[in-house]
Each structure stands twice: as C-alpha cells, then as structure tokens.
Design a protein around this ligand. Structure first.
Ligand SMILES: *[C@@H]1O[C@H](CO)[C@@H](O)[C@H](O)[C@H]1NC(C)=O
Ligand SMILES: *[C@@H]1O[C@H](CO)[C@@H](O)[C@H](O)[C@H]1NC(C)=O
Length: 229
C-alpha cells in the first residue's frame, strides 16, 4: 500500500514537472506581412501586452526586422516588410532565408494588401500562399500557420481595392482548409469583420490607434490557442 502510494505520488510529481516544462518552452512567433505588420505595426505591441496581462510569457517574437517605436518596450522582432507582395516574396524566394534565420514555431501572416493594390488575382495570391506554406513546413514540419482575412482597404488611388480584398478574403477559408493538417494546422483569423477604414485607419490602409487595438484583439484568441495547443 505504502509503496503504491509513493509510486502514485512520484507519478504525480513527474506529471507536474512535465506540464511545467511544456508551459515554459519558448514558442517562437513570426509576424509576416507588409507595412501593416512592420511599420510600425503597433498592433503587435498591443498584442504582446495582452499576452503579458494574460501571464502568457513563454513567447519570443522572431523576424529579421526590429521593433519600431510604439510608446513602450515590447518584444517586436517581425517580418513585416513595407510594400511587399505575397507574390513578390515567392517570385524573389525571400521566405526560406527569413525562416532559416529565425526558426518560427508559429507564423502569423497578414498578406495580400499590396497584391490586390497591384491587381493580383485571388488565385495568384493563394498560389503564393501555397508556396509559402511549403517553405514554412520545410523549415519546421509542425509549424502552426495563422492566416489573416486581411483588413479592408480604401486608398485614394484604387476604387476597386475594397472589393478585391473582399474577394481574396472570401477565397481564404477554402484554401486554408485544403492545406490544413493535424501536424501543421492552418487557422484563419478574421481581421476584416468590424474594421472600418474610415475610423480605424489614418490613410485608408494603415491602422491608427483604434485599428491597432482591433487587430490585437483579432489575433489574440487564435494566437493563444496556437501557443497553448
Ligand atoms: C484546421 O484544423 C484545426 C483542427 O486541427 C481547426 O481548428 C482549424 O479551424 C482548421 N482550419 C481550417 C481552415 O479549416
Ligand atoms: C483614426 O483615424 C480616423 C481617420 O483619420 C480618425 O477619424 C479617428 O479619430 C482615429 N482614431 C484614433 C483612435 O486614432
């Protein structure tokens, strides 16, 4: 009896130790995108602060670009390249190098804004996403991929851009389901719903303070599930 009890206690201790170890493993997160993500992309600062408030501190944001100023210190490495297109990243084969320098466990991508601005079709953009998923999985077989249905846009020089974003966003869920696997889940994050270009951007494209808050809120739940899942 005593021996059994001791064995059970020991098992309990071992279980507790392994749970503790799982929680303290650092999860490497790459925010991948364009200027909406990188310059300055202060929704990432708000998102990081929300994680700290929720006591989720086993994260490291990764990317070859540094944090930009957002009023407080935060973990702000990122892969948000101003002006970049998803189709351009693939044409120039840029992602493998970024991945090999940073080794993300989770990639959160908000891409397509500059593609639709340059009249790339949803098919062309999703073909680029396909190539990027392949590169991410070559970097880490179990990578978790969060893909945004991107925020709306209404720049002065592109009357069609708003509808093009809607068309891209509409095509993303079926594309994501087709690339989803148990080992390397692809999860769609709705950044579009509730985002208003008139109230939440400064120029029809880039989030202002209220837009940044909405983006942080949109990413938070899916990112926490990916960190803890
Ligand atoms: C992919 O599968 C996961 C469960 O493993 C699910 O949570 C997620 O919503 C799926 N993604 C898509 C786009 O269907
Ligand atoms: C966001 O930008 C819009 C348009 O410039 C402005 O009306 C709004 O007051 C701004 N809101 C915040 C919180 O910065």
């Amino acid at each position: 009896m005593v021996a059994t009890h001791r064995l059970l206690s020991l098992l309990g201790v071992l279980a507790a130790v392994s749970i503790g170890a799982a929680q303290s493993t650092t999860v490497r997160i790459m925010p991948l995108g364009d200027s909406i993500t990188g310059s300055p992309g202060c929704w990432r600062a708000l998102l990081w602060r929300k994680l700290q408030t929720a006591k989720i501190t086993n994260t490291k944001f990764v990317g070859t670009l540094p944090a930009q100023g957002c009023g407080f210190t935060y973990d702000g490495a990122n892969e948000g390249h101003g002006g970049i297109l998803a189709t351009g990243i693939v044409a120039k084969k840029q992602l493998p190098d970024w991945l090999s320098q940073t080794h993300p466990d989770i990639v959160m991508m908000h891409l397509g804004t500059n593609d639709v601005w340059n009249a790339q079709t949803p098919e062309a953009i999703l073909a680029a996403f396909d190539a990027m998923v392949d590169w991410m999985r070559a970097s880490k077989a179990g990578v978790k991929i969060l893909v945004a249905q991107i925020i709306p846009m209404n720049p002065p020089n592109c009357a069609q851009c708003g509808a093009r974003v809607v068309a891209l966003n509409k095509a993303i869920p079926a594309w994501a389901a087709g690339r989803n696997t148990t080992e390397s889940p692809v999860v769609v994050v709705d950044c579009w719903t509730g985002f208003d270009t008139a109230k939440d951007t400064r120029d029809g494209v880039h989030p202002n303070d209220s837009g940044n808050q909405k983006l942080a809120d949109a990413w938070f739940g899916p990112l926490v599930r990916a960190i803890q899942g």
